[in-house]
Design a protein around this ligand. Structure first.
Ligand SMILES: NC(=O)c1ccc[n+]([C@@H]2O[C@H](COP(=O)([O-])OP(=O)(O)OC[C@H]3O[C@@H](n4cnc5c(N)ncnc54)[C@H](O)[C@@H]3O)[C@@H](O)[C@H]2O)c1
Length: 363
């Protein structure tokens, strides 16, 4: 099968784990246009999904199988009649803060959920040609920094005593963009550690059985369709809900932490490009918006959109949060022929307009 051959793709099958979630629903239409069959395996986790009903954003052509990726029985049932040509592995526990107190749960879904899938694919002799994994910028932790004229260095984790002293940045140095070819992973959250383990498990397994691993390291994804009930993810949707309720948005640390907020529309195109591109290679690919923004600027934009009071700095902090994060997206342009299209202003407007249309949104 050639990914460039549209006729053959119409008889091909893509299997998407966690495909009923935020990113899964956003890619479901694009995948259903390209593939003859789209099968989604998702347990409709109650922390993400307000009801056990089929999510409205999931393309009607997707065949939803409700099941838990950590259970071998799920794979025995699904793979009895599905032989995927491509797998997109999205199913995950995604709460960075929550992963500190629920480490086993994160390891179970993110690591064991991956190994159960791989074991099932081999057990059923259902090896796909390619597995696309959505990894995270969390694998980099604080990333690499540079002193003027000096080499890159890895500052490690900001300890509680450093943060309690209000020392937010690493002195006399500046961070560099996250790029897999230049910056080594060094996670500072359990979530990040499980996502890195996922990458290593997938890459070592896939290359041993001649399956192509494609790894996308996503920055902060936001936009229409993101969970409005999950208290552990989605800072942009939380900011919108606070501002919509007329409240001042609280800013952790000094508000100057930088993030790369990338709109779901751009991410969906990147994931579909990861599925369809000829040979993206096994080196992880960084996906972001191409711009870095302070969290204060994002909050100010949202407050202005809703006519809410100005955001305020609280000085609070959260273990596992990193100071600055943004992606160098140049390699994604080369290997996926993909570039981001939306800037923060346009993305915030799209998110806010969608939230305004949702019934009964609360904080
Ligand atoms: N959204 C982001 O900002 C972001 C950033 C970096 C990486 N990612 C990665 O992208 C992927 C998808 O993220 P998302 O934002 O769509 O999250 P999401 O929570 O909206 O979707 C995850 C889906 O996985 C399902 N799921 C959870 N546990 C499961 C299990 N045991 N068995 C089967 N299904 C299960 C949930 O029901 C949900 O539908 C994840 O792997 C995440 O680590 C997301």
């Amino acid at each position: 099968m050639s990914f460039a051959d549209a006729e053959k793709m119409r008889s091909a099958t893509v299997l998407v784990t966690g495909g009923a979630g935020f990113i899964g629903a956003a890619i479901s239409g694009g995948l259903a246009d390209a593939f003859g069959r789209v099968v989604v395996v998702d347990n409709l986790h109650p922390q993400v999904h307000p009801t056990a009903d089929r999510p409205v954003g999931l393309d009607p052509r997707a065949d939803l199988r409700v099941g838990d990726v950590t259970m071998s029985a799920t794979w025995d049932t699904v793979l009895a009649d599905v032989h995927p040509d491509v797998v997109v592995h999205l199913a995950a526990e995604t709460g960075t803060g929550q992963s500190l107190s629920e480490a086993s749960r994160h390891a179970m879904v993110n690591v064991v959920g991956t190994t159960q899938m791989l074991d099932g694919l081999l057990r059923h002799q259902a090896l796909p040609r390619r597995i696309v994994l959505t990894s995270s910028r969390a694998v980099y932790g604080e990333g690499a920094w540079k002193r003027q004229g000096g080499p890159l260095f890895y500052p490690g984790q900001r300890t509680n005593s450093i943060l309690e002293a209000g020392q937010w940045d690493f002195p006399d140095s500046a961070p560099v963009a996250m790029a897999a070819e230049d910056v080594m992973p060094a996670p500072v959250s359990v979530y990040g550690a499980t996502k890195l383990a996922q990458e290593h498990v997938l890459t070592s397994w896939a290359q041993s059985v001649d399956v192509e691993p494609v790894i996308l390291r996503l920055q902060n994804v936001y936009g229409p369709g993101q969970s409005l009930i999950n208290p552990y993810t989605g800072i942009m949707s939380l900011f919108c809900r606070l501002a919509k309720a007329g409240r001042s948005i609280p800013l952790y640390e000094d508000g100057a932490a930088r993030r790369d907020f990338v709109l779901i529309d751009d991410v969906a195109r990147a994931v579909v490009a990861g599925v369809m591109s000829a040979a993206p290679g096994a080196v992880p690919i960084d996906i972001g918006s191409g711009e870095q923004q302070t969290i204060a600027r994002a909050a100010e934009l949202i407050a202005a959109r809703y006519g809410a009071p100005a955001p305020h700095v609280t000085g609070q902090f959260r273990q596992g949060d990193v100071r600055h994060a943004w992606a160098d997206v140049s390699r994604a342009g080369e290997v996926l022929s993909w570039t981001p299209e939306f800037n923060l202003d346009a993305g915030v407007e799209r998110l806010a307009a969608w939230i305004d249309d949702q019934p009964g949104v609360s904080i």
